[in-house]
Design a protein around this ligand. Structure first.
Ligand code: APR
Length: 233
């Protein structure tokens, strides 16, 4: 890979799988007999807020027990050592990229460790449960929700993402099934702009055919090897 200056990396649940966080489309995607899609929508929250808050409380508690794996650390090393442009766009709502040391990072689907007051619109760092309907630390309203993007909602920071994609020389997709748009369409944007594209995933994803190259294997191995390669090139 020559002539690469600007890199955009999209990560999904697969990069956190070896840290012990379930991917979305593994194991039938069921939680207490609810399809995950049925608790991750604004409609579900309107219908049964307590159920949705319990689901996110459980996941918020769980991620705090997990640790970054070698794939997260490899991307943090790339962030520290890559002199050109770099942006990691994660669909993940865990904080494992940050804990590994990544800085040039954005969360397009929000963050588990933040609560969003739907009344005063302020987002607060949040580690505990929301199911008890605690007050907003800013305005006191009992209107906090997880700061995660649900199905049917607009992902965050799309302007910044498309700006980075307009300049990209190499687009890399890691650990994502390519099932959820708009993220699944980023490879198409990159190809149309003449960038090289690389997929690093456990298995061929729905969008594999759109990439110039696919390398299959666990993220801890394929991401680490690719970072070694690009930094050594
Ligand atoms: N290493 C690399 N890839 C892996 C590993 C691993 N150890 N384990 C699993 N994978 C791959 C799977 O093969 C799959 O292709 O990671 C991908 C995970 O896909 P999904 O579970 O669909 O997760 P993701 O693509 O991140 O989901 C996108 O959907 O539910 C919504 O908002 C949610 O951000 C999420 C979005």
């Amino acid at each position: 890979m020559t002539g690469i200056r600007n890199i955009v990396i999209l990560t999904g649940a697969g990069i956190s799988a070896e840290s012990g966080i379930d991917t979305f489309r593994s194991a039938g995607g069921l939680w207490e007999n609810h399809r995950v899609e049925d608790v991750a929508t604004p409609e579900a929250f309107a219908r049964d807020p307590h159920l949705v808050q319990r689901f996110y409380d459980m996941r918020r508690a769980a991620i705090q027990e997990k640790l970054p794996n070698p794939a997260h650390f490899a991307l943090a090393r790339l962030d520290a050592e890559w002199k050109g442009g770099l942006l990691v766009v994660t669909q993940n709502v865990d904080d494992l990229h940050e804990r590994a040391g990544s800085r040039r990072l954005l969360h397009m689907h929000g963050e588990h460790l933040k609560a969003w007051c739907t009344l005063c619109d302020i987002r607060h760092p949040w580690r505990g449960p929301l199911a008890g309907n605690p007050p907003c630390p800013s305005c006191g309203a009992h209107a906090l929700r997880p700061d995660v993007v649900w199905f049917g909602e607009m992902p965050y920071r799309m302007g910044e993402i498309y700006a980075a994609l307009r300049e990209v020389d190499l687009f890399v997709s890691i650990g994502t099934s390519g099932a959820v748009y708009p993220a699944a369409g980023f490879v198409q944007n990159a190809v149309e702009l003449g960038a090289q594209t690389l997929e690093l995933n456990l298995e061929a994803s729905q969008g594999s055919h759109m990439f110039h190259e696919s390398r299959l294997g666990p993220a801890s191995e394929v991401v680490t090897a690719w970072v070694e390669e690009i930094l050594g090139a």
